[in-house]
Design a protein around this ligand. Structure first.
Ligand SMILES: C[S@@+](CC[C@H](N)C(=O)[O-])C[C@H]1O[C@@H](n2cnc3c(N)ncnc32)[C@H](O)[C@@H]1O
Length: 209
């Protein structure tokens, strides 16, 4: 499916503007992915399911509030940060990646969409020195390595009914990875929200702080 109908299926209350922004992502990523590979080339036709809806899985578990700050670590071309920033225009999103070319794509995509709630920085997660309510991520590294990068970066104040914490999109059997990290993690299966086969083995891993 190369149009945003799939997004409307699961988020029927989005505005005309948000629908237009989701619709624009196909052309934007087709263009930028041809210059700088940010998603696998064969995945471009699966953009709405495997990248945009997958990113929005976080939103099915946690509705971000106006004024909250969210850090996306290792955002690559902007996942999950860009789809979430479209869905939550009053939440501030800081998207960081250690590869400058990828941040160029994110900056261009956010500017083309007119998103004013996104800042993209060419930084390693370890170098970030702001405080956030939530840290989101997908496909960066194992929790045992990830956690030390971001453990000191949470704001003390909570705005959300869901306490500040990590919301990591992961798939497969996570038992070993969670055990190795020694973190207290909750697994929220995306198959509870989305019926497509792709989500059968996918989770939002929530680690409260
Ligand atoms: C497999 S890509 C995933 C990109 C995106 N999150 C997605 O799901 O499409 C992993 C990304 O993490 C970035 N990365 C790895 N270690 C990082 C670190 N310490 N700080 C910031 N970015 C990092 C890499 O540059 C790469 O762009």
């Amino acid at each position: 499916m190369v149009n945003p109908d799939l997004i409307l299926k699961y988020f029927p209350n989005i505005s005309e503007l948000q629908l237009e922004q989701f619709a624009e992502l196909y052309d934007l990523y087709s263009f930028w992915n041809a210059q700088i590979n940010v998603i696998s080339r064969k995945d471009i036709d699966e953009l709405y399911e495997r990248h945009i809806l997958h990113s929005l899985g976080i939103a099915k578990f946690c509705t971000f509030k106006p004024g909250e700050k969210v850090l996306d670590v290792g955002t690559g071309g902007g996942f999950p940060g860009i789809p979430l920033a479209i869905l939550f225009p009053e939440t501030y999103f800081h998207l960081v990646d250690s590869i400058g070319k990828k941040i160029k794509v994110v900056t261009e995509v956010a500017a083309s969409l007119g998103l004013t709630n996104v800042k993209a920085s060419h930084l390693r997660a370890e170098q970030v020195n702001e405080k956030y309510n939530f840290v989101v991520s997908r496909a960066v590294t194992r929790l045992v390595d990830f956690y030390p990068w971001i453990r000191g970066k949470f704001a003390k104040e909570h705005i959300n009914a869901i306490p500040n914490g990590i919301l990591y999109l992961k798939g497969g059997d996570l038992t070993e990875e969670i055990k190795e990290s020694k973190l207290k993690a909750e697994l929220h299966p995306l198959s509870a929200y989305f019926e497509e086969d792709f989500f059968e083995t996918k989770f939002v891993v929530y680690i409260p702080q």
